[in-house]
Design a protein around this ligand. Structure first.
Ligand SMILES: [Zn+2]
Length: 207
């Protein structure tokens, strides 16, 4: 079986939903984690296409049950107070999205659209992100998709290109994403190694 960091993530659907929203909109996200899954959350977040720096995972209270729906927190009020005053914890609460990881419920399994393999969720994230540029010209959208495939951009690079594209469009005082915005952004990601003109992508130096 191929290991899929996203699909095999034991966190609940609320966490996956929150991660997808964060990845799509470029929002920062904090997960309060009771199960020591820091590395797993980062891997999953990366896989669906977001900058892992936008994700903070913070530990739950010392006993780990403070946010648990069924288990009882056995920490003293002092312990809970100390936990909630921790710098890392307070900083995490500044994130755009804050979500508590809870155990998987059997009903979660039915929500298949949230239990897709990471690659499919990643495609959905990219597609929605493209559509957020409501004014993207059809050619520009096609160029982006072709280029991403052709140049083998990973998830993070695709996000970077879209973000740079937005900046270039704004610098142009333009309200539409055009081919040349996409092309310039891609070239800036790849050190001008590729010559990208209109709909054509060629390997070549600057000309
Ligand atoms: Zn506790």
């Amino acid at each position: 079986m191929i290991k899929d960091d996203y699909q095999s993530l034991p966190g609940n659907v609320q966490v996956k939903r929150a991660m997808e929203i964060a990845a799509t909109g470029g929002h920062s996200i904090a997960i309060i984690d009771c199960d020591n899954l820091d590395a797993e959350y980062h891997a999953a977040f990366n896989l669906i296409g977001s900058n892992h720096k936008a994700l903070k995972v913070v530990r739950c209270c010392p006993c780990g049950n403070f946010t648990h729906p069924k288990r009882r927190c056995t920490c003293t009020p002092n312990e809970v107070g100390r936990w909630q005053k921790q710098k890392g914890y307070r900083a995490a609460l500044e994130a755009d999205i804050v979500v508590t990881a809870q155990p998987v419920k059997h009903t979660d399994v039915m929500l298949t659209h949230l239990n897709m393999p990471g690659a499919i969720v990643h495609k959905r994230v990219i597609f929605t992100r493209l559509r957020q540029h409501k004014s993207i010209t059809p050619n520009a959208a096609e160029l982006f998709q072709t280029a991403a495939k052709h140049l083998n951009f990973n998830a993070k690079e695709q996000m970077q290109v879209l973000s740079i594209t937005n900046t270039i469009m704004n610098m142009d005082h333009d309200e539409r994403v055009r081919n040349y915005h996409i092309a310039e952004a891609i070239n800036l990601r790849r050190g001008n190694v590729y010559k990208i003109v209109q709909d054509n992508i060629k390997l070549g130096g600057a000309q």
